[in-house]
Design a protein around this ligand. Sequence first.
Ligand code: FHN
Length: 556
Amino acid sequence: MDYTNETQAQKDVRMKWFREAKFGMFIHWGIYSVPGGEYKNDKGYGEWLLEQSKMPVSEYAKYAQQFDPEKFNAKAWVKVAKDAGIKYIVITSKHHDGFGMYRSKLTDWCIKSTPFKRDPLKELAAACKDAGIRFCLYHSIMDWHSPLYTPRRAYNDTATGTPDMNEYQRYLHGQLKELLTNYGPLGLVWFDGGWEDSWVNHKEYSKNLYNVCRNLQPNIIVNDRVANGYGDYGTPEQTIPGVMSPNPWESCMTMNDHWGFNKNDQNWKSSTQLVRNLIDCNSKGGNYLLNVGPTPEGEIPQPSIERLEKMGKWLSINKDAIFGTTAGPFRNIPWGRCTQKEVKGSTILYLHVFDWPANGKLVLPGLKSPIERAYLLTDPARKSIASEPSPAGAFLHLPAKGTNESSTTVVAILKGKPEFQDEVINQAPDGTFVIDATDARTHGDTIKIENKDKRDNIGYWLNDNEYAEWFLRADKPGNFAVMAEIASTDDSECEFVIGGKSFKVAVGKTGSYDTFETRKIGVITISGPGKQSLQVKPVKSTWRPINLRTITLKPE
Ligand code: FHN
């Protein structure tokens, strides 16, 4: 059966658990963990050891002979996840090295060829079932070991015969049949490595693989890395999109700098950053898939456990502000994030305050709706927090300090759905427009508003098809000098588009993305009065990323 034509309603039913899950655990575990990232004089390896070192596969195979994770305890792993508030686990059944972390009948290049005589995926699937956590698998399309896979690696000294991707496709389907038949109902399959021409040039490979999974388990979810436009959800990696997306997505991220175990990598993200990443994803309608790279002995590294324990503690107190919520209604909040729930004709806003305002005033940008009630989520007495309207949006008078260094949740209850002021930038009496990154509408998946030194700037402006937009109301049209507060490592060019006219301006470098300077970068004309869009777009031929804080238009 071809499942690629299902209705949106059918897909929504299938995606329901995923949208509600909010938080998953990624597990990258394989024979690459044996050397702990070290090979010859390099200590920076992870799961890409084989490809990056170019060692012969016959040499790499020695790690299989050494892989005997005697301390592996699936129940212990699942407890770490459960206590952290995690709802699904995605573990590598096969990474790019082609090594099966399960007892496959289709190849000996799998856990059968190690001293470890058990099936870790079988044990983990059972532990997940007992704990009520969805068991999911990561499976690589790219395979550096299989003699059938194209392109065959030069270092693959164990491969014989002629590569044949049609045959490889059948092998891959066989692996998925084993996995989707013998390990119980799976939540999702996380494909990866479908970026080489041998796969990308065959759209039918992706469609076939998607349908193999859905026909084996019709309710299973398949990520978008099955490639070629197929798949059920987006998978931004090591980044969190700048804006909310109506389509399901999940940001996957490492806790240090490696997916696979690297014993020398102690660059761990703080638990505060991890909590804020989870909130950030959920505030934009996405999930957070946080990675652990277990040791060759079968243990989750202690720094990972410590951070997951702290995340679990925060979540146990703030669970209502995460689970059961949807993306918040604000485009950009400088002090934190927002999630929301609609209940019985009211809207509950969960305001996740990262940066507690020194003056106690928390502005909800552009919110016109009156706040019926507000209190700290963790306050059992629900002591009322005063609020009042303002031209910038409703604001709350908060107590002197928050209750959690990672994020304090303030609850604000509105009648009905949130209403916002007409977000237009008006002309000051002296004719100037002060246009701030905070008020920008960003268009694109990568461009986003970030906060540096407690100032918002448009950043991650990597793609020349992504742009920023504001709405101005001009009472006094005319010519305006463009003063821009920017930071960039390279000279760049962008164009200002307003009133159907385009004005190209040169943006000189400042030396770094953190060195902001204000400069006159050109002159634009606003031809007529009234509300109009101002778009700032890259000039494709000369674009280099810039960070933009403010634009001031001064009458010439
Ligand atoms: O190459 C892989 C990498 O090893 C890791 O598995 C990540 C996780 O999302 N995916 C690929 C890189 O995008």
